[in-house]
Design a protein around this ligand. Structure first.
Ligand SMILES: [Zn+2]
Length: 96
């Protein structure tokens, strides 16, 4: 089995296939931007450091609103059951 097939297989085993949404408030103009995340496509698996505590998956996404050019960097950490452990946004604020 090729490496690509292995990766495809790993992603096909992902239990959740629904979208997760986060609302981020721009730190510059206060605009609220909704970000939709697909766990299967957007999460990075932390294969190398799978401890019982700490994140199993990390999401990093750049977010740009419509009102200004403040580029925010959303970082969300998930445990292996896809529960959100922590979330933060550089340049803005995660409100939900
Ligand atoms: Zn803004």
């Amino acid at each position: 089995m090729s490496i690509l097939d292995k990766i495809k297989k790993l992603f096909s085993l992902t239990p959740k296939n629904e979208h997760i949404s986060f609302n981020i408030k721009c730190g510059k103009c206060q605009e609220i931007i909704t970000v939709h995340v697909s766990p299967t496509n957007d999460l990075m698996n932390q294969y190398t450091d799978l401890k019982d505590s700490g994140p199993a998956y990390i999401l990093k996404k750049e977010v740009l609103g419509n009102n200004c050019n403040n580029l925010m960097k959303l970082t969300v950490e998930f445990d292996k059951n896809y529960n959100v452990i922590s979330k933060s946004a550089e340049g803005g604020e995660v409100i939900s």
